[in-house]
Design a protein around this ligand. Sequence first.
Ligand SMILES: Nc1ncnc2c1ncn2[C@@H]1O[C@H](COP(=O)(O)OP(=O)(O)OP(=O)(O)O)[C@@H](O)[C@H]1O
Ligand SMILES: [Mg+2]
Length: 420
Amino acid sequence: MSGDERGDPADGGRDPTGGDPLFAEAGVLNRTELIRRPELLEISTVPGSDRIAGRTEQIQYVASNIGPLVTNSEPTSVMIYGKTGTGKSLVSKHTSRRVVREAESRGTDVEMVYVDCAQHNTEAQATSKIAREVNKLAGEPESIPITGLGPSHYYSYIWSLLEDHYDGGIVILDEIDQLQPTEDANTLLMQLSRAGESEKTEAYIGVIGISNKVEWGDELNSRVLSSLGNEETVFPPYDADQLQNILSAREDAFHDGVLASEIIPRTAALAAREHGDARKAVRILKNAGKLAEQEGAEQVQEHHVNEAQMKAEVDRLRELLATDTPHARYVLLALAELTQNTDETEFRTTRIYDAYVEVCKQEAADHLKIDRVRDLLREHAFNDTVESTLESGGRAGGTYKQHRLLKDPAVVKESVMREM
Ligand SMILES: Nc1ncnc2c1ncn2[C@@H]1O[C@H](COP(=O)(O)OP(=O)(O)OP(=O)(O)O)[C@@H](O)[C@H]1O
Ligand SMILES: [Mg+2]
């Protein structure tokens, strides 16, 4: 032990109860318990019917397209788009479960399989996952290798397992834009949604494709779109009232009297600020509760909510960046550097492009063409990390775009570096 450490005044000092003050300060001793049911504040929990608010229309939309399965009729596959936290995954799972249950009560055998395409991101991996899930649900009649087979073999398993054990199946392809290359997504959607038509299996298959990149639909070819029955919908962001209802339905996560009346409206208002994101709302409420507990407070107060909101911002940016491509991150980094190193806040595409090319040089990466960078900026604008405005003027009298970073550049840089 060094002399300095031994001489630390806190070391050996005592708090009023006679203990080492370090632990009182660290919030270990005077914690309060304010959260009664933490699972209700977990993002991964799929809330039951009584806790879902503001999505009646969307649930009905999915039910009207996938629902025919309950009477052993042909479903229509759908694509669902919408910003993050707008209930796409939740509504898809919730409605699919209800289809499965209703089918069962009518004597029809339907099962659902959920695939996170960010995890299973090629046609082979996704088909392997679907085949193994159906196999599991059917009681493991086959032994299917996780890898090593081509997609065509996995499709054969899927068709025969469905044919032998079920009247119908629902396949949810979440984060479908993560399938690489995009052609894999086209093929997968086509194979699944046209399986009946091409007589591969007699079981009806309803596909729900989900993406938080609205423009990704442009990547789908017209044959795929028509095999999806051209059905697509965009889930709008929640408004502050809907977020309030979502949070109120989980109020019992806290002990009685812990949430003062202004806490839920305040949290909802903060979460609705950029775009109404339910995940963010739930996360802020949970973190506010935890902060209050650590502080030994008897109630969750507004300053806990404000602090939790700041933390949620950073977490969300990290998540967004984690699924972005490296070049999407380089573009954001370029804009963050410009914002930090100049007095300006808005930059033209060409200027960002130059800064982006510099970033690529530093990263020893080949840079993309400017049109791709334009697309990436549009993607960032869609995710509310960047705001783009169309300006008219310029010498030739045409129009040009100006882009502004909506996040703290220091937070962006830190988050981007972490991913690189
Ligand atoms: N209508 C709702 N009622 C209650 N809770 C909701 C509702 N919508 C979303 N949530 C909560 O927010 C979380 C995130 O929602 P969900 O996963 O459906 O978002 P998403 O649209 O799929 O977002 P992403 O594009 O980021 O995947 C859910 O786990 C759930 O806890
Ligand atoms: Mg989702």
